[in-house]
Design a protein. Structure first.
Length: 250
């Protein structure tokens, strides 16, 4: 509008789109809100230092096992659906009560291990999961600690002194990610694949006494992810690490 008034030139939407895309190499994307502190100078440096530590390990062929948490409070994750033009795109959904907490471990080879609980994930639940994961890895790959690391995010209760003492007693090789390092957490991609579409097409009960049904739903969906695809989640994570080296903001 200002250009039209000052220069007397007609500026169309098509022209604006052309300038942004062709002349300025910009693209029209969905806007995402991020915490105000996630792009502070200190946070950018911590993410860079995190990448400087983990990238050499990946280059040496070390196995990294990302452990992260999420939750399920519904089984139908529909974002778009086909409906007549004069009909609302709504659907009925019964909430999962109580909410299911999910802990997932995903390594650089595409292997996954998960656990479901009806309790909020805290230091006690995470410690229990890591102990079971350690026993499982001991059976599958004796001596795995020599070439593997467990990657945890920087959640307050992950990095608390109490949790650090527990991890020290367990003698697990731990790496903590940088703050707000979502793009380098491959588990986030696995959670996105899990929470897509309808997990419960048969409309099985999802109440307090139906954890086994939900466990089957989650197990089938995760098992349907090819191991090669799960390993590719790590490829995307590595791309994120290189952006952190350049101080790229979220």
């Amino acid at each position: 509008m200002a250009v039209e008034e000052e220069r007397g030139l007609e500026v169309s939407t098509k022209l604006v789109r052309f300038v942004f895309r062709k002349e300025l190499a910009m693209s029209y994307r969905v806007a995402k809100a991020v915490p105000a502190q996630c792009n502070l100078e200190r946070v950018l440096v911590l993410r860079q230092q995190y990448s400087l530590r983990i990238l050499p390990l990946l280059e040496k062929g070390r196995r990294i096992i990302n452990v992260d948490e999420s939750w399920l409070n519904q089984t139908r994750h529909l974002r778009r659906t086909w409906v007549p033009s004069d009909a609302p795109s709504t659907f009925r959904e019964k909430q999962v009560q109580p909410r299911i907490s999910l802990i997932l471990a995903l390594d650089t080879d595409g292997r996954m291990w998960c656990a479901l609980t009806q309790a909020n994930t805290d230091a006690d639940v995470m410690t229990l999961f890591l102990r079971y994961l350690e026993r499982r890895l001991d059976r599958e790959s004796p001596g795995w600690q020599e070439s593997s690391y467990i990657l945890l995010d920087n959640a307050a209760w992950h990095a608390s002194e109490e949790m650090k003492q527990r991890l020290a007693k367990m003698k697990l090789p731990i790496i903590f990610s940088g703050p707000y390092s979502y793009t380098t957490a491959p588990c986030e991609a696995a959670f996105a694949a899990l929470k897509f579409g309808d997990l419960n097409p048969e409309r099985l009960p999802t109440g307090k006494k139906s954890l086994s049904h939900i466990a089957d739903m989650v197990g089938k969906r995760l098992a349907a992810i090819p191991r090669s695809m799960a390993a590719r989640y790590w490829h995307h994570a590595v791309e994120g690490h290189y952006s952190y080296l350049c101080y790229e903001r979220l």
